[in-house]
Design a protein around this ligand. Structure first.
Ligand code: ZN
Length: 244
């Protein structure tokens, strides 16, 4: 197993639930291996991810409060060292210069060794697909020596790994990295359980983790019972990152 001591993972999600269903196993694993994880969620996901709350009578404000509370519990369970929800507009997310500078500044202060975010296409969640170029643009802005943002210094380019959309095939998601999360599956289940009204979806992601473990086994991973799938866009050029 790779020692991740001193290595920092940054997760950028469109909506709080994305972090729990799509990559919380990798988050828990990174922490277990000694690394640190910071999480930025760009919106509260009230436009669609919180439908169950609105059906139960919540308002926008009380839904945000509930999501903030539940997500905080999940972040504690996962051992995330710092997290923020930025309260931008979901589902019609637009990339603007101000938003790019905000994330670029965060990247310069955080200085991540690897970044997890959305795949470039998701027709069921159009803002997932917009978050990918947003992260790429912000990362490249963060590395620019001629771009001055407050007192920050340019960051190094970190590899980006895309987590799985809800309907992989229709979005052209081609997993080329499986992360074995067998030893942290209970942590992932506990984190997903903080969104109580999303229990059926959480169960589907446990089943998907079993399916992805079968894929991982086909490609030689021994003893894997649960896995998460990723597509790495950046060629792997460094030792040890994320391939545990
Ligand atoms: Zn989402």
């Amino acid at each position: 197993m790779t020692d991740m001591t001193g290595k920092k993972m940054l997760v950028v999600g469109a909506h709080p639930g994305d972090v729990l269903w799509r990559c919380s196993g990798a988050v828990a694993k990174h922490v277990k291996l000694g690394g640190t994880v910071e999480v930025i969620v760009v919106t509260y996901g009230t436009g669609g991810e919180a439908n169950e709350l609105f059906k139960a009578g919540y308002t926008i404000e009380t839904a945000k409060e509930q999501r903030f509370k539940d997500f905080g519990k999940a972040m504690d369970i996962l051992g995330v060292s710092h997290w923020e929800i930025w309260d931008m507009q979901d589902y019609q997310f637009e990339i603007t210069r101000d938003k790019v500078y905000k994330l670029a500044e965060y990247i310069r202060r955080c200085r991540p060794d690897l970044i997890l975010t959305h795949h470039e296409k998701d027709i069921l969640n159009p803002d997932h697909g917009t978050i990918f170029p947003y992260v790429v643009m912000s990362l490249e802005t963060a590395t620019g020596h001629g771009i001055f943002i407050g007192d920050t210094k340019p960051a190094e380019r970190a590899p980006i790994f895309c987590f799985e959309p809800h309907a992989s095939e229709v979005n052209g998601f081609n997993p080329n990295l499986f992360v074995d999360i067998t030893d942290v599956i209970e942590t992932k289940k506990a984190a997903m359980a903080t969104f109580e009204l999303k229990a059926p979806l959480a169960e589907s992601y446990v089943r998907r983790a079993q399916y992805r473990a079968q894929n991982a086994g086909s490609f030689g991973r021994q003893g894997c019972k649960y896995a998460e799938a990723y597509e790495h866009i950046y060629p792997i050029a460094q030792d040890g990152f994320f391939v545990y």
